[in-house]
Ligand binder design. Structure first.
Ligand SMILES: Cc1ncc(COP(=O)(O)O)c(C=O)c1O
Length: 380
């Protein structure tokens, strides 16, 4: 290994949300989705270099930063995007709120398969839209969209489909045939599609990733794609993300929603983004190896050592979706916190039978977390 994925960075007493939550308590934070790994060295070098320029006025991407994005999309996904299609955002949480306010009018519907990353559920409601959900089903150990249920759930006033690919929290990579169904559904019901692809560079198995916008020309023109270097290169705190919107009318509407409300990306965000996309690939390849090892270790441990907990398949991300229903706990989060592990509560994702565990950390941290969970179960 060229890079150090073994030494845990000391994030105690820092500005880390993940670690501040349990400051002063002996609880390992394995909740919010950032990783306990140092950033790729080229990203750190670019940030140091930018700081050494000494001036931090209002920022705009340089041509070189834009080119880094265009080249990345071309090389990684064979998608030739145009510079004009890019709207820079300080985050995709912001993006989800902006898109919910842009498409349709108050009272109109937004449909999304659940369980899902909580802002997918909150943003439509905050935009006075009607939230329509439909549960994913676990069929033969594979998460699937239940298209019959989606057809039953959708209403004539539904205007927007929020898709997460790969899907947080079930870690599923939607295949081309799934995306074709998504596209057909959107065309049939005249929906705009927002495809959040922030986890697409964290695919752990040998599965081809297809940006939904590339499924057909028709879907290309009604898709808003969300992307960012934040998850993959562990720079979420630098607040730099992108919406790719090929259709000019849709793009102007989205930009109008953001105008004067959504802050601009910072100098450091642009610098880190360009460096990650241009020079981050060797680090990403090693990261994927580490995450695969962690994933395999976790799945084995859950199977062998954590009776009553069931892991579901993990094809991508560093997030495990664990079913704790059989344990009959009143409050699974409080139970595991008592045992020294801080997890995410499935109820906020739309399914209280589950918890989410973040395994984006050195193996020593993961092993300790799992050991603590086992010890907790022994108290039952
Ligand atoms: C699918 C998905 N979209 C958006 C976000 C939030 O992104 P940001 O930090 O850019 O607001 C996350 C964070 O976990 C996520 O998993």
């Amino acid at each position: 290994m060229k890079f150090d994925f073994e030494t845990p960075p000391d994030r105690h007493f820092t500005d880390s949300q993940k670690w501040q939550k349990y400051q002063g308590k002996d609880i390992l934070p394995m909740w919010v989705a950032d990783m306990d790994f140092r950033c790729p060295p080229p990203v750190l070098a670019a940030l140091h270099q930018r700081v050494d320029e000494d001036v931090f006025g209002y920022a705009r991407p340089t041509q070189s930063t834009t080119d880094a994005v265009l080249d990345y999309f071309q090389n990684q996904y064979n998608w030739k995007i145009e510079k004009e299609w890019i709207l820079w955002l300080p985050g995709l949480g912001v993006g989800l709120n902006a898109v919910s306010r842009t498409i349709g009018n108050p009272g109109d519907g937004v449909i999304t398969p659940t369980p899902i990353y909580p802002p997918f559920l909150l943003a439509p409601q905050w935009a006075d839209r009607e939230l329509i959900t439909s549960d994913l089903v676990l069929e033969e150990n594979s998460w699937e969209i239940d298209w019959d249920a989606m057809e039953k759930a959708i209403k004539p006033n539904t205007k927007l489909f929020l898709l997460c690919n790969p899907h947080n929290p079930v870690a599923k990579v939607w295949r081309r045939h799934d995306l074709e169904k998504v596209a057909d559904f959107c065309l049939k019901h005249d929906l705009v599609l927002c495809s959040d692809e922030v986890h697409c560079d964290l695919i752990l198995d040998d599965i081809e990733f297809t940006p939904t916008a590339l499924i057909s020309e028709e879907i290309h023109d009604r898709t808003i794609t969300f992307h960012a270097p934040s998850k993959t290169f562990n720079i979420a705190g630098l607040a730099c993300a992108l919406a790719i919107i090929p259709d000019s009318k849709l793009r102007f509407s989205f930009a109008r929603t953001c105008r004067g409300i959504v802050s601009e990306v910072s100098n450091l965000g642009y610098a880190a983004c360009a460096a990650a996309y241009r020079h981050g690939e060797p680090w990403r390849q090693e990261l994927l190896q580490i995450l695969r090892l962690n994933r395999d270790l976790l799945l084995q441990f859950v199977k062998d050592e954590l009776p009553g907990i069931k892991a579901t398949p993990i094809e991508a991300t560093y997030l495990a979706w664990l079913k704790t229903e059989e344990l009959h706990l009143d409050d699974p989060i409080a139970f595991f916190e008592k045992g020294g592990v801080g997890l995410s509560d499935g109820r906020f994702f739309g399914d209280a039978r589950y918890v989410r565990l973040n395994f984006g950390c050195p193996q020593v941290t993961l092993v300790e977390g799992l050991r603590r969970m086992k010890k907790s179960l022994n108290t039952l």
